[in-house]
Design a protein around this ligand. Structure first.
Ligand code: SAM
Ligand code: SF4
Length: 320
């Protein structure tokens, strides 16, 4: 599928729930979130039908997200169903990792192709401050279980922890052959209220601790991350810097929310509600998807603060 600016769209992020077992400060408030009623959330068979339609239109990679995708019952079933669709080459998961270890065998049997684990610190006190819950040990256990199973795994960190803890977290890529990626805090929902570190700040922090960063020439997925090597590291350091190093010109993705809204840009509420069309045949759904993608915005304008039509949801309702 080509959008109105000639970009090829082949990557779909599907949010399977708005619920979560953590309460990261940049993503969700501690209390007062109104959960979507079950009746408004796409059923697995609806997601699979949409998956087949998206695959016919050119989607090749799917990532399941949330909220926390692993709080939804039976996720491996959905993974297996999506993997069976002609044309879909990858079905990966983005998770906070705290519930992953127990579900890993079923996910592997279902054919999961990769996992991104979100982890912002290795310090349990800071983890509790950021997420308002416990979880470092469980998350690290899950990470090592993925590695032992030979599953490709990446760590994603929103850099809001103290500097020395960010340095320590990057060290995961020293001892393990995994990329550790720093994601610039985005001014969406509660993200507007916190201060994250920029790529430039992180680069000088990591270079002081570990030595010079040199560009990594290998291939690690087709997303917006730029990868770097550090001396003596088995894995890589990545930066996903939507604000300071905008990458919209090469955007290849759209998002399907848990309620079936096809969202064509993270910053805006542009897109189309597909759920009302699920009662009918495939053709109008295909047309609606193609129209929405043709109108995908050129780029975000986070730097300008609030914009007309800007996203009013919190990140857990969008899927990151
Ligand atoms: N619960 C899962 C997790 O944490 O990986 C999946 C959903 S979460 C919304 C997806 C990603 O969005 C996580 O890596 C999270 O750190 C990131 N995220 C949430 N709010 C953000 C914000 N304001 N800016 C940047 N990233 C954010
Ligand atoms: Fe939950 Fe992920 Fe949001 Fe944290 S970032 S509150 S783990 S959905």
């Amino acid at each position: 599928m080509l959008d109105g600016f000639g970009r090829t769209i082949h990557y779909l992020r599907i949010s399977v729930t708005d619920r979560c077992n953590l309460r990261c400060r940049y993503c969700m408030p501690e209390e007062g979130v109104e959960w979507l009623p079950h009746g408004q959330i796409l059923r697995y068979e609806e997601i699979l039908r949409l998956g087949r339609i998206f695959a016919r239109l050119g989607i090749r990679r799917i990532r399941l997200t949330g909220g926390e995708p692993l709080v939804r019952q039976g996720l491996p079933e959905l993974v297996a169903g999506l993997r069976a669709i002609d044309g879909i080459r990858e079905v990966a998961l983005t998770t906070n990792g705290t519930l992953l270890k127990d579900q890993l065998p079923a996910l592997l049997r279902a054919g999961i192709t990769g996992v991104n684990i979100s982890l912002d610190t290795l310090n349990e006190d800071t983890f509790r401050k950021i997420t308002r819950r416990e979880g470092v040990a469980r998350t690290l256990d899950a990470l090592d279980a993925c590695l032992a199973a030979g599953l490709p795994v990446k760590v994603n960190c929103v850099p809001v922890a103290p500097e020395e803890e960010l340095v320590e977290l990057a060290g995961l890529a020293k001892d393990r052959p995994i990329p550790v990626r720093f994601i610039e805090l985005m001014p969406i929902g509660l993200g507007r209220e916190l201060h994250g570190r920029s790529e430039d700040e992180l680069r000088s922090l990591l270079q002081s601790a570990y030595g010079p960063l040199s560009p990594y020439s290998g291939h690690l997925g087709s997303g917006p991350s730029q990868y770097w090597s550090l001396p003596g590291f088995q894995g890589q350091i990545g930066f996903i810097s939507a604000l300071s190093h905008q990458f919209c010109h090469s955007c290849n993705r759209v998002r399907l929310t848990a309620t079936g809204f096809l969202k064509t840009c993270l910053q805006y509420d542009t897109g189309v509600a597909l759920r009302p069309l699920l009662d009918g045949p495939d053709e109008p759904l295909e047309q609606a998807i193609l129209r929405a993608i043709a109108e995908k915005p050129a780029c975000h304008q986070f730097a300008q603060g609030s914009v007309a039509g800007g996203e009013q949801h919190i990140m857990s309702q969008i899927g990151g």
